[in-house]
Design a protein around this ligand. Structure first.
Ligand SMILES: Cc1ncc(C[n+]2csc(CCOP(=O)(O)OP(=O)(O)O)c2C)c(N)n1
Ligand SMILES: [Mg+2]
Length: 338
C-alpha cells in the first residue's frame, strides 16, 4: 500500500495556511507603506502600527462570523483589514479623505465600518470594553447567537473599565470574547512597572471568566485558541478571555523615540516574527515555495498601490460641512420624527 494521498482536509489546511499568510502580509505591507506616507505628510495626526502583532489580528478575526461584532483600539488597522474592510477604505480614512470608512473624520485611530460590524477604533484606553459588553448585552437580551470580540491592550487592564466590564460580563453571562494583546508595554511603561500581577489571564480568571494565555506570535496557536473560545461563547458559555502574548517591533506611535526598550530585547523578539515563522512552517510542509511568496508579494504590492492611488485621488471634506453630523441627518430633515 502506498501512503494515502493528501485528502481534502489536508488540502484545505494548506489553502488555509496560505490564506493566513496572505492576510498577515497584507497588513504588514499596508502599514509599512503608512510609514512612508506619514513621512510624506500624506497621513497626519496619530499613527500607531501593529507591526509584529499581525498574528493576533488575523487569528482572532479569522474565527468570527459575519454577524459577530468587533470593538478594537487605536492600533486597529490589521483588525479592520482582516475583518474585511477594503484597503481603499482604510487608506482613504488614514489620509483624511471623504471616501474613507469614517468620511476622513476619524483617521487612523477611528476606523469604523458598519457593514462588517467593525465598531471602531477607539482612542480611549479601555474605552472599548464597556461598548463590547453593551453590544453583547443586546445580543443576549434578544436571543441572538453572536460573539462580540473585544480587542484591547495590556494597558487597559489598569483601567476601572476593565474590571467593571469583566465583572458584568461574567455576572450576566454575556457573549464577549475578550482578547488582550499583551505587548508588554503601555506607551513607555513596561507591564511590570504598573501591575502587581502581570499574569493577565489569571487576573481575568479571578472574575470566573475562562481564560488562557496564548503565544501571540504563532498564528496557528492564536487561531486555535480563538476558535475554541469563540465556539464556547457562541454556545452560551458566557465570556471568555485570551491573553495574546505579543510584541510591537516599532515604537508606540510615530511620535515615540522608543528610548525605554533595550535594542537586544527588540532583536530577540524579531526572531519570533509571526510572518517568517509561518513561512518556515508552510515551506517545511511543502505548501509554499519562494515563487509563490514572490507572487503573493506582487499582488499585495499592487493592492497597496491601488489603495494609495485611491486615497490620493480622494476629496477633503469642504469647510462648509464642518457642522454636518453634529445633529443626525434624520433629525435635521424631520425634527419632529426623532
Ligand atoms: C483613558 C486613557 N488614558 C490614557 C491614554 C493615553 N494613552 C494612549 S495609548 C496608551 C497606552 C496603552 O497601552 P496598551 O493598552 O498596552 O496598548 P498598546 O498601545 O500597547 O497597543 C496610553 C496610556 C488614553 N488614550 N486613554
Ligand atoms: Mg501594550
Amino acid at each position: 500500500m502506498t501512503d494515502p494521498a493528501p485528502g481534502p482536509a489536508a488540502a484545505g489546511d494548506a489553502e488555509h495556511g496560505v490564506h493566513l499568510l496572505r492576510q498577515m502580509l497584507r497588513i504588514r505591507r499596508f502599514e509599512e507603506r503608512c510609514v512612508e506616507l506619514y513621512s510624506d505628510m500624506r497621513i497626519r495626526g496619530f499613527l500607531h502600527l501593529g507591526i509584529g502583532e499581525e498574528a493576533c489580528a488575523v487569528g482572532v478575526m479569522e474565527v468570527l462570523e459575519p454577524d459577530d461584532a468587533v470593538v478594537a483600539t487605536y492600533r486597529e488597522h490589521g483588525h479592520a483589514l482582516a475583518r474585511g474592510m477594503t484597503m481603499r477604505s482604510a487608506m482613504a480614512e488614514l489620509e483624511g479623505k471623504v471616501e474613507g470608512c469614517s468620511r476622513g473624520r476619524g483617521g487612523s485611530m477611528h476606523l469604523f465600518d458598519k457593514s462588517t460590524r467593525f465598531f471602531g477604533g477607539n482612542a480611549i484606553v479601555g474605552g472599548g470594553l464597556p461598548l463590547a459588553v453593551g453590544l453583547a448585552l443586546a445580543d443576549h437580551m434578544q436571543g441572538r447567537r453572536r460573539v462580540t470580540a473585544c480587542i484591547f491592550g495590556d494597558g487597559a487592564v489598569a483601567e476601572g473599565e476593565f474590571h467593571e466590564s469583566m465583572n458584568l460580563a461574567a455576572l450576566w453571562h454575556l457573549p464577549v470574547l475578550f482578547c488582550c494583546e499583551n505587548n508588554q508595554y503601555a506607551m513607555g511603561t513596561a507591564l511590570d512597572r504598573a501591575e502587581s500581577e502581570t499574569d493577565l489571564a489569571l487576573k481575568a480568571a479571578s472574575y470566573r471568566v475562562p481564560s488562557w494565555d496564548v503565544d501571540g506570535m504563532d498564528i496557528v496557536a492564536v487561531e486555535d485558541a480563538a476558535s475554541h473560545a469563540a465556539e464556547a461563547v457562541r454556545g452560551g458559555g458566557g465570556p471568555h478571555f485570551l491573553e495574546l502574548r505579543t510584541y510591537r517591533f516599532r515604537a508606540h506611535s510615530m511620535y515615540d523615540p522608543d528610548r525605554y526598550r533595550d535594542k537586544a530585547e527588540i532583536e530577540g523578539w524579531r526572531h519570533r516574527d509571526p510572518i517568517p515563522l509561518l513561512v518556515e512552517q508552510l515551506t517545511a510542509a511543502g505548501t509554499i515555495d519562494d515563487a509563490l511568496v514572490e507572487q503573493m508579494e506582487k499582488e499585495i504590492e499592487a493592492e497597496v498601490d491601488d489603495a494609495v492611488a485611491f486615497a490620493d485621488a480622494g476629496t477633503l471634506e469642504p469647510v462648509e460641512d464642518l457642522e454636518r453630523f453634529v445633529v443626525s441627518e434624520a433629525a435635521v430633515a424631520d425634527p419632529g420624527a426623532v
